[in-house]
Ligand binder design. Structure first.
Ligand SMILES: NC(=O)c1ccc[n+]([C@@H]2O[C@H](COP(=O)([O-])OP(=O)(O)OC[C@H]3O[C@@H](n4cnc5c(N)ncnc54)[C@H](OP(=O)(O)O)[C@@H]3O)[C@@H](O)[C@H]2O)c1
Length: 347
């Protein structure tokens, strides 16, 4: 066991530039769309060739600012663009269902920002539509495609940690209270769980699968969305996950996977390129891997785009390392947690 933990496997896809190029269309030219476009253009051969907005002016301004060839003054025009292979849905959570279905109905592959939808039921609609149309669909859970996550995956595949019993993850950030913003407005499906907590629930799923038991505790903002939540997820095998998320304070953004033979502790942030330390069962440090690739923070989104391009080239219709059913299950967990908290839901 010691060798399995000391000699860490190499990440399998460390260079996003080795993926075949696709032509991307951005639907919803807001904050994340800007960083996504820049990350792709800096670190991969993926090209954002079109931007679509509800306003022709905003689409044109985004295109000019981010080296995008064409702009469209409606989402309908964007998804009808014959020179677009894949649509990146980057609108607020409340709009993901409508916009993903729009792109799928136009025959486009889709990458949908996290969370894939507001509820598991909505996510199932997207999955059914994508399967019916035979297009590729994926949630933009970019953590799954990072080099450090691939090292953790290989350790799990090799059973190097033994029996996994405890998983932890936190993601909190302080957001100024603004009832109209997408983080706080229930009409836009705000709340800590959907915005940040989804990363922690997805991490638990990665390590121990979908939970058999869910206990949630937390607080609500004046708008009724959850502004803080702690989750205990338990699996039938006896493993549990302790998760924390908040819009009220910055938290370390660390994650662990603890097994009978050793444990992984990520560096911060676990959700973006950072690193990980591996400890033996006796608590001694076996290895510390620090991401050497120079694609920090949101530049790490280039990995998910490259993964999608590889999968499409392989003829797949979903991600093998983050299947659609798993994204649905993650939302089912968040559904139940929001129900227990009494959070306002607008669907
Ligand atoms: N991967 C990550 O690290 C990361 C980070 C931040 C956010 N996200 C995700 O990305 C998505 C967008 O977040 P963001 O921070 O980029 O949001 P944002 O800056 O508010 O941008 C969202 C865009 O969606 C469009 N939109 C369509 N309908 C809208 C509506 N009803 N209200 C407001 N805007 C609407 C707007 O563009 P037009 O009106 O011009 O069409 C707007 O620019 C969310 O799912 C979020 O969870 C991911």
């Amino acid at each position: 066991m010691t060798d399995a933990l000391t000699s860490l496997p190499e990440p399998r896809h460390p260079d996003p530039a080795d993926a075949p190029p696709l032509r991307w269309g951005v639907l919803g030219p807001g904050g994340i769309a800007a960083d996504f476009t820049d990350a792709l253009h800096r670190h991969s051969r993926q090209r954002v060739v079109a931007a679509g907005s509800r306003s022709a002016e905003r689409a044109a301004a985004f295109a000019a600012a981010h080296g995008v060839e064409r702009s469209h003054g409606s989402y309908e025009a964007l998804v009808a663009d014959p020179e677009v292979d894949v649509v990146y849905v980057a609108t607020p959570h409340s709009e993901h269902l409508e916009h993903a279905l729009l792109a799928i109905a136009a025959g486009k592959n889709v990458l949908i920002e996290k969370p894939m939808a507001v509820t598991a039921a909505q996510a199932r609609q997207i999955v059914a539509a994508a399967r019916g149309a035979g297009v590729f669909a994926m949630e933009a859970m970019w953590t799954r495609y990072l080099p450090q996550t691939d090292i953790a995956r290989q350790l799990l595949e090799r059973d190097a940690l033994g029996e996994v019993r405890v998983v932890t993850a936190d993601f909190g950030g302080r957001a100024a209270y603004d009832p109209s913003s997408r983080l706080w407005n229930p009409e836009l499906a705000g709340g800590a769980l959907l915005d940040l907590g989804v990363y922690t629930v997805s991490w638990a799923s990665f390590a121990i699968g979908a939970p058999a038991g869910i206990i949630a505790s937390g607080t609500l903002a004046p708008t009724g969305v959850d502004d803080q939540a702690a989750l205990v997820l338990s699996s039938a095998s006896g493993a549990h996950a302790l998760l924390s998320t908040t819009l009220r304070a910055g938290t370390p953004s660390l994650a662990t996977i603890c097994g009978s033979e050793g444990r992984i502790e990520t560096d911060s942030p676990f959700w973006g390129p950072s690193g990980l330390r591996v400890f033996r069962a006796d608590g001694t440090l076996a290895a510390h891997w620090r991401d050497p690739y120079g694609r920090p923070y949101r530049d790490g989104m280039a990995y998910e785009a490259a993964a999608l391009a590889r999968y499409v080239a392989e003829g797949r219709t979903e991600s093998p390392v983050h299947p659609l059913a798993e994204a649905v299950d993650t939302l089912a967990t968040i559904d139940e947690a929001r129900r227990q908290l009494g959070a306002t839901r607008v669907e």
